[in-house]
Design a protein around this ligand. Structure first.
Ligand SMILES: *Cc1c(COP(=O)(O)O)cnc(C)c1O
Length: 428
């Protein structure tokens, strides 16, 4: 094994250090495998209940009327997430689009949208109109209010109670920290917040931005009272195989209102050709629990590798996980650059290119990104990025298989080691 790693450029010292870290992680990895096993059974049961057949993998074009593959897939998502209905489509272009459709389909002029997990994901600022933007909810007369999480990352229940107004129609909760430094919310915490809101105001809808959270735990927010959960298929539930897409799973009313927005009033779920992607949607969803487990192991391995070398990591090496994102703060630019070079060099695709910091729209510093993915921009595949500015933190996620995630992290360490940025402890 050591020789095999050496042939890929991992030195004996780096390999040995990695193995010493891994030895302690065995019980946690066993726990992750158990969650994956549970969720795998959940997906298989959903596919069996929905009577998935080879016919479902056929394609449709044009209007896509009576597309049995599309309609059955939506039943599978609903069965797996324990919701009444789901909308799962290649016409949903990304996670932001899925969230925008869910929000604009379920809000009307005069309604207020309330976020109770603080500032929402960057791209939603323009959807909502927090940053003025063409076509935002604000332009359609939907107002926005926000309750920040408390300093320890928990919900501010008093603040939420005070923020509820007669016009509050929909509450948004973002499960994953995304690219913030707050902790990710657990499904149990989300359930408490939903129960709190519903007891005060049963008429309010709750939507959870579930991006990066699917299959990390045994339960999803839809199991604890969310009216809608929303996510991207080029993250966890696409299992790395979906080439595009997003989902909205929830109550029949919520999903239908979203469908009338995605396609058109009057048409709703009835139109939308599946364009040959059904097999990868099904197969990706089937693989998603174990792919998510691989990504989680990678995140925990990276946290422990870098934490024990003295770097600040979020979440830390021992914390419970509720999403697949790992942040590592290097404190100096070449640390994050070396890390990204390592991730790139370990990729199956584009391993020979060197990522470079570059100016990007929407950022005031250069950004470095590493990804050698089969699906462009897919962040369930091993990838890393971050703005090159203090604290020089790199955000790292994904890995379709654990051995690939492991190689990527070891390669990142190799680059730092070769440049003298880290000293490895003597062999234990
Ligand atoms: C990725 C992400 C989104 C947006 O998804 P895109 O596919 O990038 O548009 C929204 N919310 C969270 C928490 C995410 O992680």
């Amino acid at each position: 094994m050591e020789q095999m790693y050496e042939s890929l450029g991992i030195s004996k010292e780096v390999y040995a250090y990695g193995e010493s870290i891994l030895a302690d992680l065995k019980p946690r990895f066993d726990g992750i495998d158990e969650t994956a096993e549970y969720n795998q059974l959940k997906v298989i049961r959903a596919m069996q209940q929905s009577r998935v057949s080879a016919e479902c993998f056929n394609t449709s074009s044009g209007y896509g009327y009576n597309d049995i593959g599309r309609d059955t897939l939506e039943e599978v998502y609903a069965a797996a997430f324990h919701t009444e209905a789901a909308l799962v489509r290649p016409q949903i272009t990304c996670g932001t689009h899925a969230l925008a459709v869910a929000l604009s389909g379920n809000l009307r002029p005069g309604d207020e949208l309330l976020s109770i997990s603080g500032k929402p994901y960057d791209t939603l600022e323009e959807v909502i109109g927090i940053r003025p933007s063409c076509g935002s909810l604000a332009e359609y007369g939907v107002t926005y209010a926000q309750v920040d999480l408390r300093p320890d990352g928990s919900f501010d229940f008093d603040g939420i109670a005070k923020a509820l107004k007669p016009q509050t129609r929909l509450i948004e909760i973002q499960r994953s920290k995304g690219y913030q430094t707050r902790p990710t919310l657990s499904v149990a915490q989300i359930g408490e917040a939903i129960a709190f809101v519903k007891q005060l105001r049963p008429d309010i809808l709750v939507m959870v931005d579930n991006c990066y959270g699917e299959f990390v735990e045994r339960l999803e927010p839809s199991d604890v009272g969310a009216d809608m959960i929303v996510g991207s298929l080029i993250k966890n539930p696409g299992g790395g195989l979906a080439p595009i897409g997003g989902y909205i799973a929830g109550t029949k009313e919520c999903v239908e209102r979203a469908a009338y927005r995605l396609t058109s009033p009057g048409l709703g779920k009835e139109v939308g050709a599946s364009l040959g992607v059904m097999q990868s949607f099904y197969q990706g969803f089937f693989l998603a629990p174990t792919v998510t487990a691989a990504a989680l192991k990678g995140a925990i391995f990276a946290a422990n590798i870098y934490e024990r070398l003295g770097f600040h990591v979020v979440p830390n090496g021992t914390e419970e996980r509720h999403d697949i994102i790992q942040a590592v703060e290097f404190g100096f630019a070449d640390g994050m650059i070396s890390f990204c070079e390592g991730i790139q060099a370990a990729a199956p695709v584009d391993s020979y290119v060197t990522p470079e910091p570059w100016a990007m729209p929407g950022y005031d510093s250069d950004v470095i990104m590493a990804a050698g993915a089969f699906v462009q921009g897919s962040s369930i595949e091993l990838s890393a990025d971050g703005p090159v500015q203090p604290p020089y933190a790199v955000y790292f996620q994904g890995g379709l298989t654990w051995p690939h995630a492991k190689l990527g992290i070891l390669m990142s360490l190799q680059k730092l080691y070769e440049r003298g940025h880290v000293k490895l402890p003597q062999k234990i």
